[in-house]
Design a binder for this molecule. Structure first.
Ligand code: ARG
Length: 456
């Protein structure tokens, strides 16, 4: 690091510089475009406060627009000699505009600057994750619809329990995945607060219109007490990661099921060649590594969430450099869950179903409960019917067989195997998609208004 924004550039041990920067530059690279956008909002506030003239504002806006184009096309990057994205941007503005560039940091600190950039990035990233959750849920709904009336066993304790259907299996995962949109929305709402003007954490002795700057950047509201800004850093990142964990957890459970159901021993699902990996020693093997790594990655997300919680949870109020360490886990979590969602959404349409093996698995002793309820429908009290069937099984008696249609017809209550509510779940996906599209449009409008562009 040759250039820093602070001090006179002398004296700092190079090992200390490397240690304090760590891998931050790598994560800051993706903040760069958002830092430029946040800076466009910030200079509007400086102009309103009389700290920049309208001509200076126009010159800076033009320069920031070019910086955004350069960042989006990869020509402007956080360099090895920049401490972080914020330094890279200020250096560029000073290099290009001289004294005018030196005015830009008026009324702010990197402490509120990083939060503004992170939150704009997060709003966009969360909307992308939400869209991917909806896409994955829809791939499950389509899978469920294609195999809606295929009966298969339902499991408790990993043991065959009662008849279910492939439609019902898929419906459950689609529904719980969509439930997570509420958690992601809660994280989005936390991110949707403007921190600018809080500076290092205590504001600045300037007539800053913090509310106007927050509004220009499209935040739902500014953070009110400037001290709230730093108190919310780290907690937001941990909240995002716990919402991501919920998504990852559902994908992991789904993946676990696919690992089991595609094993020869079960044979309900068929892994096509494109999804199956092989063994270097056993030529016959077709392994479900894709699903195992989805399961494993949910554990990684839990670890990343724990990292953010541990770092943020050990701090008093105010800014602390420790907070920098919550940035990487959050971005890694976002990348990982995006990859998991894309993999599962792509895998579902390719996953085969062996209807014969499914139906065979859903017969025999699995119909014991159906036989109990047949007697209940005839007026036998439930516990008595249960005892009768249990005694007959013990004595080696056969449970009467039922065909798939009879099994499904007996389960037409809401969300049952014969009526898995896939259409109602699709309606949830549809409404969520409209909400997310509106939010994404609003964010793009903010960028277009500030920068005169629609984004990358
Ligand atoms: N990279 C730093 C972070 O993520 C930027 C803020 C630096 N502020 C400071 N006071 N050293 O927190």
């Amino acid at each position: 690091m040759k250039r820093s924004l602070w001090g006179d550039g002398s004296g700092l041990d190079s090992g200390v510089a490397a240690y304090t920067t760590g891998d931050d530059r790598r994560w800051d690279q993706r903040l760069l475009r958002w830092d430029i956008i946040a800076t466009s909002g910030h200079i509007g506030g400086l102009t309103e406060a009389g700290l920049l003239t309208t001509e200076e504002h126009a010159t800076l806006t033009g320069e920031l627009g070019r910086a955004l184009d350069a960042a989006d096309s990869g020509l402007f990057r956080v360099a090895e000699d920049d401490e972080d994205a914020h330094s890279a941007l200020e250096h560029r503005l000073v290099d290009h505009l001289g004294e005018l560039g030196e005015k830009v940091h008026t009324g702010r600190s990197r402490n509120d600057q990083v939060m503004a950039a992170l939150r704009l990035y997060l709003k966009s990233a969360l909307l992308e994750i939400e869209a991917a959750v909806i896409t994955t849920a829809r791939s499950l709904i389509a899978f469920g619809n294609s195999h809606q009336r295929v009966v298969m066993p339902g499991f408790t304790h990993i043991r065959r329990a009662m008849p279910s259907s492939v439609g019902l299996w898929a419906a459950g995962y689609a529904e719980v995945l969509l439930d997570n949109l509420g958690l992601l929305d809660a994280a989005y709402d936390l991110a949707d607060r403007g921190p600018l003007g809080s500076a290092a954490g205590y504001g600045a002795p300037l007539p800053l219109n913090r509310r106007a700057v927050s509004d220009t950047l499209g935040f739902a509201s500014p953070q009110l007490a400037v001290t709230a800004a730093q108190l919310s850093r780290g907690k937001l990142e941990a909240t995002v990661l716990s919402a991501l964990w919920a998504v990852a957890r559902d994908l992991a459970a789904l993946a676990w099921d696919v690992v089991l159901f595609s094993a020869d021993e079960y044979g309900y699902f068929i892994l096509p060649t494109e999804l199956a990996t092989g063994s270097s020693i056993m030529p016959q093997k077709r392994n479900p590594d894709v699903f195992e790594l989805t399961r494993g990655r949910a554990g990684v997300i839990a670890g990343l969430a724990t990292q953010a919680m541990a770092v943020a949870g050990s701090l008093p109020g105010g800014y602390h450099r420790d907070l920098q360490l919550t940035k990487g886990p959050m971005m890694e979590g976002i990348d990982t869950v995006n990859a998991m969602l894309a993999m599962i959404a792509g895998a579902m349409p390719r996953l085969g179903v062996d209807a014969g093996r499914c139906a065979a698995g859903a017969g025999g002793d699995l119909l014991a409960t159906d036989e109990v309820y047949r007697r209940v429908r005839e007026g036998v009290p439930f516990r008595a019917a249960y005892r009768q069937v249990a005694a007959e099984i013990k004595a080696g008696g056969e449970i009467p067989a039922l065909d798939a249609e009879a099994i499904l017809d007996a389960r037409r209550h809401l969300g049952g195997a014969g009526a898995p509510a896939l259409d109602l779940i699709e309606a949830i996906a549809e409404r969520a998609n409209e909400r997310i599209t509106d939010r994404a449009d609003n964010l793009n409008d903010v960028i277009a208004r500030l920068m005169g562009t629609g984004g990358p």
